[in-house]
Ligand binder design. Structure first.
Ligand code: GDP
Length: 471
């Protein structure tokens, strides 16, 4: 629609000018997007990153910190009044209490501004005094990125795609029966639409519980503050040749279009298009544990998620970005503290292989990318044990459910990622020749010394990649 296009362009145009002016003359701002599918570890990552930027004793690989150039780090009011503030204090309190707990996970978008007083490095160091760099951290569900795929589809295409993918799934049978039984031309009533939408949402939840990730619309799983609105109350239906104007099918189509217009577009326009640096967190170990289908699905979903970082491939994004781009993207496999460090390179290789296909297709419009395995909050210690004549590299921690100490040998990840990814493509229910265990560990009780943030694995390297050049 021409009017929307024009309005979007104008808003972005002004923002671009605003950004440039403030960067040149005032204080530079880095907008760091943190995303990943539900439970990937976004909340823990942001909480630990901020705590470790405030107390930098465990951040040697962040050069500005190890060179002593960061003199202060403090939280400030965020620039966007209409976005929730990331509840850093509550989340940190949960992790650092005498009885530590994992914080509540991300359910919608939130933001936090951390400001750093930094002395410039190199040639500039003698010429200018310390300056303030603002780090605006934007936390949002990865599920919302999947909705980008809806923007180029109409209701009929989307419905066809979803109905086909549901056919093979047992958990979808109740929904499919309802959708096929509905008369597309009959006058509709709200309870009928609500029931179909609820059944469809249940199907999406069941799919997610089975470890699947490519589920749309993303807001049906994480509705944020829009729960219950008509734009979130619709479902796919079988194709209809010439649907009646006031019938059920047309009403579903109308709501699908409202969802795209009122929910998806504003998110990409107001938030996503302003991000400079991005970290995508991936619970690769969780998917491996769930089995080959979950890994295959994760790979497809990663390709869909990554499409959002290639503005050229999507009309909406090209319009919003206006040639601007995300400068750096880090793909991080999280919860690496479930593995002994000897296996970390294999996890990183799997992570890189997962995104390779997407990366090979386009270079993310010139963004610099990297893959890593990290643990935002290390909940385990390493231990080598003898077991039935074998020496096993394990990790030990406190089990979340029982509070007991336990050692975990998660299984050996293959040397070449293709062994795993190839097996995932076969559609088998379980891995043939290997088993991958995972346990839920509670966060360890922390006795932090002054100047030290929470323990982590490679959080400092992640920070260096994402922010180092701007500090
Ligand atoms: P979000 O949904 O992406 O915000 O995910 P969270 O940050 O809430 O993390 C989900 C769960 O993953 C947490 O409750 C923890 O159980 C686990 N988790 C996250 N990060 C780590 C980590 O670094 N180490 C370990 N062992 N578990 C983690």
């Amino acid at each position: 629609m021409v009017i929307t296009t024009l309005a979007d362009n104008i808003t972005r145009g002004f923002e671009n000018i605003g950004d440039t002016v403030s960067e040149t003359f005032f204080e530079p701002v880095i907008r760091l997007g943190v995303t990943g599918l539900s439970r990937a570890g976004k909340t823990v990552f942001i909480t630990s990153l901020v705590a470790n930027l405030m107390d930098r004793g465990r951040m040697p690989a962040l050069l500005a910190a190890s060179e002593g150039r960061i003199s202060a780090a403090f939280l400030q009011p965020q620039p966007d009044d209409t976005v929730s503030r990331f509840d850093y204090e509550t989340h940190l309190a949960a992790l650092t209490s005498p009885d530590p707990r994992w914080p509540d996970s991300t359910r919608a978008i939130s933001e936090l501004r951390l400001s750093l007083r930094v002395r410039p490095s190199g040639l500039l160091s003698g010429l200018t005094g310390p300056r303030t760099v603002h780090l605006d951290i934007v936390d949002y569900p990865g599920e919302w990125l999947l909705d980008l795929g809806l923007m180029d589809k109409d209701y009929a295409e989307w419905s066809r795609m979803v109905m086909t993918s549901l056919e093979r799934r047992e958990e979808a049978s109740a929904f499919l029966e309802g959708a096929r039984g509905a008369d597309p031309d009959a006058a509709w009533e709200e309870p009928q639409i609500k029931a179909l939408a609820e059944r469809y949402t249940e199907t999406l939840h069941a799919g997610r519980d089975a470890g699947l990730s490519g589920l749309t619309p993303g807001r049906f799983l994480l509705p944020g503050d829009m729960a219950g609105s008509p734009a979130l109350t619709f479902a796919p239906l079988p194709p209809a040749a010439r649907p009646a104007r006031r019938g059920l099918w047309r009403e579903m189509e109308r709501r699908f279009n409202a969802y795209k217009r009122e929910i998806v577009t504003p998110f990409f326009r107001d938030h996503f298009s302003r991000i400079d640096r991005q970290i995508v967190l991936v619970d690769a170990l969780g998917a491996i544990h769930a089995g080959p289908r979950a890994v295959a699905d994760l790979q497809t979903t990663m390709t869909d998620v990554l499409a959002a970082f290639r503005p050229g491939t999507n009309a909406l994004l090209s319009r919003l970005f206006l040639g601007r781009r995300v400068e750096k993207i880090l793909f991080a496999a999280t919860k690496a503290d479930h593995l002994h460090h000897t296996q970390h390179p294999r996890l990183t290789a799997i992570m890189e292989a997962l995104i390779r296909e997407a990366r090979d297709r386009a270079d993310f419009a010139g963004a610099e990318t990297a893959g890593m395995s990290i643990a935002s909050l290390r909940a385990t210690v390493e231990e080598t044990r003898e077991h039935q004549g074998r020496t096993l590299d394990c990790v030990r921690g406190t089990l979340l459910e029982t509070g007991q100490q336990a050692a975990l040998y998660p299984g050996e990840l293959p040397e070449t990622p293709q062994t795993l990814l190839g097996a995932a493509q076969t559609g088998r229910e379980s891995w043939l020749d290997a088993e991958y265990e995972i346990m839920k560990f509670a966060p360890a009780r922390l006795g932090l010394k002054p100047g030290e943030g929470p323990p982590h694995i490679r959080l400092d390297r992640a920070a260096q990649f994402l922010l180092g050049d701007r500090l």
